[in-house]
Design a protein around this ligand. Structure first.
Ligand code: ATP
Length: 235
């Protein structure tokens, strides 16, 4: 569904991504893990058209999207839920959700998706009229994911959904991500919390200073001694 080939991204003269290649197949949850500054967010931002790569190719559903504008990429069903949530504080929960559907024209479809989002996140339904900025951190994360779902994504890029959340809320968000995937949305998940990412992802790519240093099935990677000591906190 998504193929990234030999991607190179620079900020000025400093590279952030060096020759990264990976793929996400339809129906999968694939995770990119790595320490701070490894280049995970940069990879997602490049896929969604927010940063122009120096070289390399990105294909989505067998179509090259490397040079397309972000809104065109969104209209193809590739939706990015950014790090730090980026919800609009003085819009209500409902207004924030409706923003996610801005590129859609199917009014009844939008109403159906809103109902689905409320079913998946009952807390958002309860707080429909509350201002986004007054939600708790976990609720804001739910709102950010809900807004992403409003676009009816085929592929959802999730950047650090566990950031700033308690272990219990992280579990809750990850279980929702798994359900979203089981209902048919393919997911590319960026996480620093490798332990949680391995619980739900099928495959992982490990990034270190802008390069892929390892990849494979999560079941296998999580037993690798290097992964265990570097990313799963084991000695
Ligand atoms: P984190 O987990 O801390 O969010 P990350 O793996 O997502 O890290 P990126 O945010 O992609 O990492 O950053 C990769 C590298 O690019 C880092 O060295 C970072 O300092 C640098 N970088 C990111 N954004 C910019 C920018 N706008 N200008 C210059 N350098 C940047």
């Amino acid at each position: 569904m998504l193929t990234v080939r030999n991607l190179n991204v620079y900020y000025g003269t400093i590279y952030a991504i060096q020759n990264i290649s990976f793929e996400v197949k339809e129906g999968e949850i694939v995770t990119l893990i790595g320490a701070n500054g490894a280049g995970k967010s940069t990879t997602l931002r490049t896929i969604s058209g927010l940063i122009k790569p120096k070289s390399g190719d990105i294909e989505f559903q067998d179509q090259k999207i490397t040079d397309l504008k972000p809104h065109v990429i969104v209209s193809k069903g590739l939706i990015h839920v950014p790090e730090g949530r980026k919800i609009i504080g003085n819009f209500t929960v409902r207004e924030n959700l409706m923003m996610g559907a801005y590129a859609r024209k199917d009014r009844s479809g939008i109403a159906d998706t809103l109902e689905e989002v409320y079913t998946r996140f009952p807390r958002l339904k309860e707080r429909e009229k509350q201002l986004g900025g007054t939600l708790s951190g976990g609720e804001q994360q739910m709102l950010a994911i809900g807004r992403g779902l409003m676009a009816n994504p085929r592929l959802l890029l999730l950047d650090e959904p566990s950031m700033g959340l308690s272990p219990i809320l992280t579990e809750e968000i990850f279980s929702i991500i798994r359900t979203i995937n089981q209902k048919g949305t393919t997911i590319l998940l960026v996480e620093q919390n490798a332990y949680m990412a391995f619980q739900i992802a099928h495959r992982a790519y490990v990034l270190e200073t802008g390069r892929v240093i390892m990849s494979g099935d999560c079941q296998i990677l999580q037993n690798d001694p290097k992964i265990r000591s570097a990313y799963l906190g084991e000695i």
